[in-house]
Design a protein around this ligand. Sequence first.
Ligand SMILES: Nc1ncnc2c1ncn2[C@@H]1O[C@H](COP(=O)(O)OP(=O)(O)O)[C@@H](O)[C@H]1O
Ligand SMILES: [Mg+2]
Length: 602
Amino acid sequence: MSMFGTNDEERTDLTKEESRYVRARSRKLLGSLIDPIKTRIYFAIFLGVISTALRVAGPALIALGIDWALPKAILRQYNELWIVVITYLSAALATSILTYLFLMLTARLAQQMLFDLRNRMFVHTQKLSVEFHERYTAGRVIARQTSDLESIAELLSGGLNELVIGGLFMTFTAIALFLLDPTSFLILFGALLPLGILTRWFQVRTNRGYRKQRVASSRLIQYFVETMTGIRAVKAFRKEKRNEEHFGGLVEDYRKHNAHLIQLFGIYDPGLIMIGNVTVAAILLSGGYRVLDGSLGIGVLTAAILYARRFFDPMEEIAIFYNSYQSAASALEKISGVLEEEPSVPEPTNPVSFESARGEVGFQGVEFKYSTGPVILKKFDLKIPAGQTIALVGTTGAGKSTLAKLIARFYDPSQGSVKLDGTDLREISNKDLRREVVMVTQEAYLFSGTVIENIQLGRPGATIDEVIAAAKAVGAHQFISKLPEGYETDVNKRGGRVSAGQRQLISFARAFLANPAVLILDEATSSLDIPSERMVQAGLKSLLAGRTAVIIAHRLSTVSIADRVLVMEHGEIIEDDSPSKLAAGTGKFAKLYQAWKDSLVQ
Ligand SMILES: Nc1ncnc2c1ncn2[C@@H]1O[C@H](COP(=O)(O)OP(=O)(O)O)[C@@H](O)[C@H]1O
Ligand SMILES: [Mg+2]
């Protein structure tokens, strides 16, 4: 968790101090992105300044051509005209080249910053502990990596350029006009008042409109994702019709906000054109009189009109810049929040060297709660000798998975310590711990790739023969051979689809290949049907041989292969003995055992 707990973007009630902290955090991130490319950013700004200055020089050169070169040309002295035309062409050519360089450079810098940010996000989120991922849903991580990065990309590769170039252009144009003809400059200056009022009006409304549009679009996406990921439940409960109506409502909402925005532009754009035209007319009028009495050159008037006409061009982009800036800023705040998260189970700085473990697991005075929640596991001690197979049974919510997660160090205990061969897990490097302790869960996860690649994850670099041997050992070989391309079948391609039970067998093979000292199976056999479970029983025996094992299972067949049974209830171990002794007794396990036996008898 971060300071102030400000990473929860659902919170909108940040105190002043908290929001100052969040802004500082995202400024720091921005600084760290800019730092390595600082000199090139200065160079890009330099290019932008020069190219804009040259662009603004155009009308002034035309004025020079009309007022200075043209009279000479009338007297058949063409040199001046040529000088002006060539200068004009050179300035135009230089503007094009420099603008090209500016755009290329800024695009490259933007891409580099985004690349950097994307990578940092990926590496960092992947490194964070299970605790983070259980708290921060996949949907939110996806939102950070896609739409938030997208809005930053939009700002960097579009909005920012427009703002810099547009701002420079307007400033230089105003300066040029002031130098050329102060009267026209004053008229333009007068136009700034209606321009300011119109723009303010537009900004306030589009800002609100864009925010509503963003909310509507994220609702739309969220609803779409939820419906599609839960499509089986949707179909099973015939929810299609209701969903359609709800989705239709969201689409309508989104459309309404879009239409409103288009309407705003429909007012702002003609408004801008109007202000521009009135300004041009006023300059023409005042300039026309002055040309007539000889106090102003026709060329200067022409230039003044050109300046006034072009002055308003970048206005629209500048007016909507604030919107993309705002959405990028809030995206950066959220991303900086994720990047600030620390792994809740940190790697030891000086890990104890760990060659190979025997597999003795010890809990000493362990108490556990999830962050600030209630106590889940009440204080207890437990010793699991190396090589022992433990069956962990108990009702749902008793704390079995939690206890298992402590052995795999997905979490650290709130009190006391969990030890492997007498060494606190907190002192073992992640690499060693992952090698020695492997946990297989119900949601046996397959990555896209072939069956071989999926099993090889257990021990990268294992040969194909070793992979096949592992598959044979757990009883997975038979069905894999029957897949369209055998071990080379892509598990996510058509025809390569494997059932939940088959996934489980593949993940057993993966665990067998990993050959850990401690193996945890958390309801790992529960998605197998009875025949496949029979088949796995044999495989399970070879999977468990010679290592410490903790099996969480509901089936008696699985429990009966254990050396020792632990019965859990409300976060406590209430029974602890061999299966036969417990079955013969009068406790909870004996009752369960009787129920199991009855169900098998029919
Ligand atoms: N990530 C989590 N955050 C907060 N509470 C949790 C989390 N996972 C489990 N719990 C709570 O811990 C208790 C034990 O859960 P669990 O260990 O999964 O039980 P079991 O595996 O025996 O069904 C339950 O009350 C559950 O609500
Ligand atoms: Mg569980």
